[in-house]
Design a protein around this ligand. Sequence first.
Ligand SMILES: *[C@@H]1O[C@H](CO)[C@@H](O)[C@H](O)[C@H]1NC(C)=O
Ligand SMILES: *[C@@H]1O[C@H](CO)[C@@H](O)[C@H](O)[C@H]1NC(C)=O
Ligand SMILES: *[C@@H]1O[C@H](CO)[C@@H](O)[C@H](O)[C@H]1NC(C)=O
Ligand SMILES: *[C@@H]1O[C@H](CO)[C@@H](O)[C@H](O)[C@H]1NC(C)=O
Ligand SMILES: [Ca+2]
Ligand SMILES: [Ca+2]
Length: 456
Amino acid sequence: MVRRIFLSLLLATWFSVDCNPGPIDDIAVDRYFIPKSCIREVKSGDFVRYHYNGTFTDGKLFDSSYDRGAAFFGQVGQKWQIAGVDKGILGMCVNEHRKITVPPHLAYGSQGAGDKVPPDTTLVFDLVLLDVFNRADQVQTKVISTPKECKRSVMRTDFVRFHFNGTLLDGSAFDSSYKRSQTQDSVVGEGWLIKGLDEGLLGMCVGEIRHFIIPPFLAFGEKGYGTEIPDIPGSAVLVFDIHVIDFHGVKDTVQVDITRKSEACNETSEVNDFIQYHYNCSLLDGTLLFTSRDYETPQDVVLGGDKIIDGLDEALRNMCVGERRTVIVPPHLGHGEKGAGIVPGSAVLRFELELVSLQKGVPEGYLFIWLEESPGHLFEALDVNQDQQVPLEEFSQFIKQQVSEGKGRLKPAQDPDSVIIDMFKNQDRNTDGLITQDELKLKVDEDAEKTRHEEL
Ligand SMILES: *[C@@H]1O[C@H](CO)[C@@H](O)[C@H](O)[C@H]1NC(C)=O
Ligand SMILES: *[C@@H]1O[C@H](CO)[C@@H](O)[C@H](O)[C@H]1NC(C)=O
Ligand SMILES: *[C@@H]1O[C@H](CO)[C@@H](O)[C@H](O)[C@H]1NC(C)=O
Ligand SMILES: *[C@@H]1O[C@H](CO)[C@@H](O)[C@H](O)[C@H]1NC(C)=O
Ligand SMILES: [Ca+2]
Ligand SMILES: [Ca+2]
């Protein structure tokens, strides 16, 4: 112990005497700026990108990476750079600035370097480290926030809409979807994205935010990307903050979640029914797009009538009056790849629905249906005063009576009188304002006749 201390004291003395102010034996490193956070330190075998100015001890510049317009790129410990810098860069952090003073034998020795560096010259390299990675690196992922609920996460071949901020390791931004006010949209796992993201997005939930550090061989490689400034330099590590807005698979169906059941419920909505409903329609990130509260009355529609998006039409079926639902509609059952108005292309939509009223409908092509057996002698039933002809008043009175007795139903969503006039016109084939026995035909019989004719 005593000997060790003695030895080191001796060394220190020798060092100070011999090295100051004469030529140095080893490099001298001045870490004059060390960033607060240091994700990793340079090790031998790492690949680095840095800018530098090379000067003589008198400060005269003999070389600079800035003059070449690109940072130096190389592998540490592999003689890609002069020995003194190879050694002096060890332990450096991204954004750190160092001044490395290199004695001639660790620089260009007694030969010098052409007409740039004379023999036996001590050199000073001022470095700022921009980037570091290793061939053994993988994508580093940090989950920043996850939603409470996540029924399904991104799978291969899903189409994902996400926002991102992209920077280089030194913090300089190269791109952001926010500045375009538009999500980045892509199929995942199929090679449309850089490898690191193609894999990194898998397993993410709607609303989740992740931070990724992606080495260049899983990003844009040695070539980099883009020809403008700011672009992505070759061999650059990329840092992404990704926020998944929504995603869907081509086979996704409408997801219905009943949030309030209706107590007394005898009949449910189906195709051809006329319904009134309240709705809120939003994107999965919560942005409200449309709401029926903006109008005085609820929205109404005849189901199956191709008046609303397919997913909503489907979601409004089998519903009781008073029931509430939350529904997720994928874009292929919504507004598609192009979107519509304020609905972005390929957006998944979330609906909150409440069925307000329900009027049962009649099949396509019908104006009226019998709910019970139709009268055997329909013309006689219609012709109340037995004069062998049925004017509109007689007809109208008869139909209205059937409806009020629950024996028949008129096509909903229209003024009943105008529906009855249409029915009357259909039967009054010679348009003389009267229906006769010969003219009167039930639609079923008529359809059957038509089919027979077609068959013949
Ligand atoms: C190199 O010199 C230029 C010009 O003086 C300066 O702007 C730059 O910051 C220097 N870089 C380093 C790493 O010292
Ligand atoms: C991207 O940057 C903007 C502006 O700083 C910020 O508001 C947004 O939250 C960032 N997005 C992510 C996913 O980190
Ligand atoms: C359900 O049907 C019963 C019997 O047909 C009827 O009395 C009742 O009023 C109906 N309720 C509703 C909500 O329609
Ligand atoms: C729509 O949103 C409003 C405000 O949050 C809410 O009061 C209403 O119940 C929602 N409508 C439906 C049908 O859920
Ligand atoms: Ca009559
Ligand atoms: Ca007639």
